[in-house]
Ligand binder design. Sequence first.
Ligand SMILES: [Zn+2]
Length: 424
Amino acid sequence: MRPRNRFEREVAASNVKLSAISPKAVEWAVRNTVKHIAFRTSGHKCTCGDCGHKFDYKGKGRYIRCPQCRHKLEVTDTLARKRKESAYFSTIGRVDGFHVQRVFLLTAVTRKGRKLDTWQTEVCRLWLNTDGKAAVTSRARALGHYMDCFNWFSGIELRNMTNVHWVISDCFVYPHYSTTRELRRNGMRGRLPDCHPTRLAEALLTDCRIETMMKAKDFKAVAHFISHPFDLNRCWQPYKIAKRHRYEPEDYGLWCDTVSLIDKCGKDIHSVKYICPKDLKADHDRWLAKATRMEERRRDMERMVRAKRYEVDYYREKSCFFGIVLSDSDIEISVLDSIEAFRAEGEKMKHCVFECGYYAKSDSVILSAHDLSGKRIETVEFSIKQGKVIQSRGVCNSNTEFHDRIIKLVNDNAYRFLEAKPTS
Ligand SMILES: [Zn+2]
């Protein structure tokens, strides 16, 4: 890609000035980013994956130290003789006033009885100027099944920044780094929080809130807010108040969720009483339950408002049936005479007579069958056109012992509905 502006021209010019990675950084990466194993067969015969030394180990520990090279190894019971592993790692440095993160792919091949074989290839470089503007120089992406396929024969050149570059650069960082004066001034010095190093640098240059947290050495918060920038906008004020009261959430993800739930419940997210809970998990669950209840009530009200639009039509079409009451020695059956009655019936009987809008069905009369003390038994749908019951259902759509009796009682009185119906 050709540089399109001055910034990209400068990046392209600095890109050719970088030298090879330092052997110390490679040594660190080999020690820290790939697994080191001892092949174990037949219970105790071990072979060091790093130097090839053979030794006996009868213990139960997961990790041991090779008696020859003194490397810490993970005991692995396997009959395989070869193992290959790759990992991305990066170094951070300064070139011509740019902050640059160089991303390498380290490959390690362990063959039983031989020395560990490793090599690394540089994949891409993320550049940041002092205004926090980013560019990437990278090898060309190869088209293939995997996202991070690169053409190893292409050069590291200026290219379009893609999500793949951001994903692979979120990796281990060699702890000995240097960076620009501006970034050091804004707090990037010493140990780094566990987050994307270039996203962090970008935020340090453009967002003074991250700078404040970084200088307060609140690494847990920085790590969370770098990977969840949306939370920062919502929780910055509560965060400051909580900090002032020396409140330290054990889990920032959970804490930010809790703050947003408190907000949803209409409570003050600047109140210490709410945002500094002793038991965060319990409080989160309590607010979640409350927010869910509120949401249900809101949806319920919306449904009621929608249903009320049919009220006038319902009275016009069905009020002629309202007086009909059918009964025998145990049962009484009457017509549902309002939208509220539909809602109460649906709620108590746990079925969809209200949700599905049966009050709007012009051909149906809906009746409620209850015992003489008023306890609901079944809900009945009577079709005017067919002159008979088309369904009758108990709690949760089950049938009751009165099922057949109810249907018979309504069908035997079908003429009363047909008589009540105004001739049009
Ligand atoms: Zn060894």
